[in-house]
Ligand binder design. Structure first.
Ligand code: ZN
Length: 210
């Protein structure tokens, strides 16, 4: 096949790589890779540690942005502790990747999330609240993982997640999930109902007593 016969690479069109830099953290000195979705202007990042393009399975986390949990220490969800645990595990292994996708509030956005939390303050659970606002229970889209992982040279992962949707999304894009690493985070009085709802209504693999 000559160059002109090559099909257009639709994944590259869905996401453009912009630049990389060092990102020193409490646990390790990561590389941060920035991407933009030309269609929406949304900006996404991936953090890597060590040589992730050597063909061996990479310890990986797909993390959707949660400003309240990741940056503001909210105890309404388990996002912050999950991100922290994933970064610590990668630092301990000396190699891994975190795909940080900018889809706040399971895809509904920050201000809609505040409205959903308000409904939860009044008694709704996390799924009911989203539905009352006219959103599906989970709008997250993992298709951007494909061009990100391709750019980073990753075709096989050990995925840190409790969410079976992430495992099947990767398998559908021909990424091999060699291992599933559960991320079980301590419950508190504020996230108890949220975690129970994720297990009961969204199929998350969360043992009841952990
Ligand atoms: Zn969260």
């Amino acid at each position: 096949m000559s160059i002109v016969d090559l099909p257009l690479n639709s994944e590259e069109q869905a996401l453009e790589f912009v630049d990389s830099c060092d990102l020193p953290t409490t646990w390790a000195r990561f590389r941060m890779h920035g991407f933009v979705e030309p269609a929406t202007g949304k900006e996404h990042v991936a953090l890597t540690l060590g040589d992730v393009a050597d063909g061996k399975a990479v310890l990986a986390r797909i993390h959707s942005e949660c400003l309240t949990g990741d940056a503001l220490f909210s105890q309404r969800c388990d996002c912050g502790p999950q991100l922290e645990a994933a970064m610590q595990k990668i630092a301990a292994e000396g190699r891994g990747v975190i795909l940080y996708l900018r889809q706040e509030g399971r895809g509904i956005g920050l201000l809609a999330k505040i409205r959903a939390y308000h409904l939860q303050d009044d008694g709704a659970d996390t799924v009911e609240a989203n539905q009352k606002l006219g959103f599906a229970a989970d709008l997250r889209n993992y298709s951007l993982c494909d061009p990100m992982l391709k750019h980073l040279g990753i075709s096989s992962v050990k995925l840190m997640t409790n969410n079976p949707r992430k495992i099947s999304a990767l398998q559908n894009m021909q990424v091999k999930v060699e291992e599933h690493v559960p991320l079980i985070i301590a419950r508190n009085q504020f996230n108890q109902r949220y975690l129970e709802t994720k297990a009961a209504k969204l199929g998350h693999m969360l043992a009841p007593d952990l």
